[in-house]
Design a protein around this ligand. Sequence first.
Ligand code: G3P
Length: 212
Amino acid sequence: MKLFIDTANVSEIREMAWLVDGVTTNPSLVAREKRPFRDVIAEICEIVDGPISAEVTALDADGMIAEARDLAGIHDNVVVKIPMTEPGMQAVARLSGEGIRTNVTLVFSANQALLAAKCGATFVSPFVGRIDDIGGDGMGLVAEILGVYENYAFLTEVLAASIRHPRHMIEAATLGADIATVPYAVLKKLFDHPLTDTGIERFLKDWEGVPK
Ligand code: G3P
């Protein structure tokens, strides 16, 4: 399983670069950084040698393709994030033909994921947390997509996105999601367990009684 960090903050990325296989950003995450978009993406590409998702903002296929070509020109590791719309899928099909890798974002149904795969998407991003937010079953969608892709041996990788807490991570891994993209705060929590802390404390206390 590959682990991506879901942030545009270069300090967070630098700290976790030893661990992560890639980075995902979106317009909201980039806006928090108050820096030019291209500069942020170029800097991230220097920090992590893996897929770096950068999102287009045009809504029409030609506009998305123009932005995608520009973003892909920043660095070989850039993967262009395209929203799951009909023009978006036209763009993905054409970009796939040009060898530009894509990450289809804002995916909320297995039908959307099926279309993304048929159009040649490199990654598909079901937004688990946002489905849970409205009372749905985000991980159920991940399972459904994995099943559909297995039926037809699609090469598109399932990237569990909108991960909100450590339990999401366990569930994504148990289902066999190819990748999870995880915010910095959640990533840090994955290391922790209270029994690890108390275990270390007890070992060190007992160690004091060992003759030196
Ligand atoms: O990778 C997608 C992610 O950035 C969305 O997360 O928490 O805004 O739903 P969230």
